[in-house]
Design a protein around this ligand. Structure first.
Ligand SMILES: Cc1cc2nc3c(=O)[nH]c(=O)nc-3n(C[C@H](O)[C@H](O)[C@H](O)COP(=O)(O)O)c2cc1C
Length: 355
């Protein structure tokens, strides 16, 4: 169990917010398969306060995924506070403030990772959001803007002093983007200096690594991003390992079932054509390491309707035996992250998975 402010989570596993990925269907599936807390992708505070319909759609939720953390980004304390209130009125059981996004279009507005250069602004934002949000408040930070900027330990202390209930730390510099490695020593350092929970994040690619992060850093929770894309079973596998059970690979029928459910949930959210386009990208992930997966993906090109999608999935799985043999994704070792990253960024460039 993990206590964040007034909220008690069932376990210590959190899905990372991922723009274009962690939409409602993804979150519902992650929750079903063991995540203790799910988080929306980052949502523009300006968009929410202007009542922009497209932005407001990111707040759509379902009882199955609760408790839900809504992540907002922005740079103006007043606007962030208003956005926090809108998020709580809509669905948020927690509000998370993005203080780490390295994307140029976000940083140039002074939001996301740019905030890590301005401790004063961070103080104003957290204080303003805290004052209006009746739910637990978290901040997601990086190691800092760069090795020369204010360090994570300083930012995290400001967050704690201003009333944040937990800090989520992805220990890469903003200037690093996603290159290099997450430096877990920084998580250990920040944890040793705070009283509120610290959730560690970065480069957990297998159940063993989730346990290793907790052991090496003393962090209270573990947040998992890329390793859960197409592999939502990772949450249950970590829980298995924590409880001394052998983590099991999903059977082929389970994979097929989750893929079909994911597609149906996407259809409910976005309509058939768009769901098919998004699902085509996600299938790269769901079938990673399975036999004949490249042929399967080719068969999906151009599919835009449910019956064709369903029969293509059926056809693929009927050529595979219901066995874990042939699954190349290793357990408990890490997945081939380099390939994964390439495909991921291809996916996020090609299609925004949000509603
Ligand atoms: C495609 C993609 C989108 C992301 N979008 C967000 C976001 O909206 N908000 C955020 O705080 N972090 C975002 N991140 C960063 C992740 O939340 C996480 O910090 C990072 O991927 C490291 O964790 P991992 O190694 O478990 O993936 C994103 C990462 C990826 C790969």
């Amino acid at each position: 169990m993990l206590q964040i402010g007034t909220l008690a989570l069932n376990n210590r596993l959190v899905t990372a917010p991922m723009s274009g990925i962690t939409n409602l269907p993804f979150r519902r599936i992650a929750k079903r398969l063991g995540a203790g807390l799910v988080v929306t992708e980052m949502i523009s505070a300006v968009g929410l306060t202007r009542g922009d319909q497209k932005t407001l759609r990111y707040l759509r939720s379902h009882p199955e995924e609760r408790p839900l953390s809504v992540q907002i980004f922005g740079s103006e304390p007043g606007i962030m506070a208003d956005a926090g209130r809108i998020a709580v009125d809509a669905a948020a059981d927690l509000v998370d403030i993005n203080m780490g996004c390295p994307a140029r279009k976000v940083v140039k507005t002074g939001a996301g990772g740019a905030l890590l250069r301005s401790p004063d602004r961070i103080e104003h934002i957290i204080t303003a959001v805290r004052a209006v949000c009746p739910v637990p408040l978290t901040v997601k930070i990086r190691a800092g803007w760069s090795p020369n900027g204010p360090p994570a330990s300083q930012i995290a202390r400001i967050a704690e002093d201003c009333g944040a209930d937990a800090v989520i730390l992805h220990p890469r510099w903003v200037t690093q983007g996603f290159s290099g490695r997450a430096d877990w020593d920084i998580i250990a350092h920040v944890k040793s200096r705070l009283h509120i929970p610290v959730i560690g994040n970065g480069d957990v690619r297998s159940p063993c690594q989730a346990l290793a992060m907790r052991e090496q850093t003393g962090c209270d929770g573990v947040m998992i991003g890329r390793a859960a894309i197409g592999n939502p079973w990772i949450f249950q596998q970590i829980l298995d390992l924590e409880q001394g059970r052998e983590p099991s690979l999903p059977k082929l029928w389970e994979r097929k079932e989750i893929m079909s459910i994911h597609f149906r949930l996407l259809m409910d959210l976005t309509g058939e054509q768009r769901a098919a386009r998004i699902m085509r990208g996600l299938l790269i992930w769901y079938t990673k390491g399975l036999p004949f997966s490249s042929r399967f993906r080719a068969a999906f090109t151009g599919i835009e309707d449910l019956p064709t999608m369903t029969s293509a999935i059926d056809a693929y799985f009927s050529c595979l035996k219901d066995t874990s043999v042939g699954l190349k994704r290793p357990l408990p070792g890490p997945c081939p992250q380099k390939d994964a990253d390439h495909a991921l960024f291809a996916l996020s460039n090609q299609e925004h998975v949000g509603p």
